[in-house]
Design a protein around this ligand. Structure first.
Ligand code: NDP
Length: 288
């Protein structure tokens, strides 16, 4: 039975891997990308620019956003603007969406990608840090969604939520971060079901990512990861494709995410063991 089930899952997996993505679909489309001053968000902005989209990017660091906007214009963006501020502040989260409305009078896609700074270590008991991270990584996503839904309903648009394996499985040393990513799954999963019941025609794509070679991730976890990180450029493109194709979920790197998700419900203890086994130098973490 197990082999038959694995066969069915693999067949479904190969079937769902068939894609019909045409970059020109994004030409002149109005897209918000959060957390786009670095890492995967920055790469998404460059892909969208090459595809000729109107782009509004956001993060805290103005000097970095200015550079990304300039590069987007060089690459062929229909237009590129930024708003800088912190997603700790819900008024700012609302302001970003209002800015899109002011600029374009509508919105086609909203890519929620930013994360606040956290530690990779044993949970230190700091509840205020969890509260703050929930605001940045979760509540600002909800706030932006509430503000953007009227425009997205009108355009039959898409919401793309960038999450992590740590938002689907048990990963040690990430308790505050993992909390916020699991919260995203709960909220956006429920919302997606409601949209379907209401025939709202706004797609929600939930992106489950493994280890990606962004500067911040490499700096934080490279000393403990046994696997090599996947390229941020390809990751960024897969997220955009998933949004355009209105996929339910994007898994990247595909196999590194698909296997843990399969094991999660069928062999949870084995997955817990493999997750711990994928980390080296755990002793080092103890003494941080
Ligand atoms: P980065 O650290 O490279 O980028 C984070 C972005 O968020 C930056 O633009 C940063 O800009 C912005 N940001 C940080 N704090 C705030 C804040 N308070 N308010 C507003 N913006 C803020 O992250 P990655 O590119 O590595 O990750 C992108 C997404 O991918 C995240 O959702 C992450 O969880 C997910 N992911 C990444 C993995 C990886 O291995 N890289 C693995 C799994 C998931 P600034 O500091 O200027 O504000």
């Amino acid at each position: 039975i197990f082999i038959a089930l694995v066969g069915v899952v693999l067949a479904f997996w190969f079937y769902s891997a068939r894609e019909d993505f045409k970059p020109e679909i994004l030409q002149e489309k109005r897209v918000i990308v959060t957390g786009a001053s670095s890492g995967i968000g920055e790469e998404m902005a460059y892909h969208l620019a090459r595809m000729g989209s109107h782009i509004l990017i956001t993060a805290r660091t103005e000097s970095k956003l200015q550079k990304v906007v300039a590069r987007c214009l060089e690459l062929g963006a229909a237009s590129a603007q930024y708003v800088n501020g912190s997603m700790e502040d819900m008024a700012f989260a609302e302001h970003v969406v209002q800015e899109a409305e002011k600029l374009w009078g509508g919105l086609d896609m909203m890519i929620l990608n930013h994360i606040g700074h956290t530690y990779f270590s044993y949970f230190d008991g700091d509840i205020d840090h969890i509260r703050k991270l929930l605001e940045i990584n979760f509540l600002s996503y909800v706030t932006m969604t509430v503000s953007a839904l009227p425009m997205l309903k009108e355009s039959r648009g898409s919401i793309v939520v960038v999450s992590s394996l740590a938002g689907k499985t048990r990963v040690p040393f990430t308790a505050p971060y993992s909390t916020t990513k699991f919260a995203l799954d709960g909220f956006f999963g429920s919302l997606q079901q409601e949209m379907t019941i209401q025939n709202a025609n706004v797609s929600i794509t939930f992106c489950v990512l493994g280890y990606i070679n962004t500067e911040s991730a490499v700096k934080t976890v490279s000393h403990v990861m046994k696997v090599a990180p996947a390229p941020k450029e390809e990751c960024a493109l897969e997220i955009i494709k998933g949004g355009v194709l209105r996929k339910r979920e994007v898994h990247y790197p595909r196999i590194n995410v698909a296997i843990p998700l399969l094991l999660r419900d069928w062999a949870p203890e084995l997955l817990d063991f493999l997750t711990r086994y994928s980390l080296s130098n755990v002793e080092q973490i103890k003494h941080q």
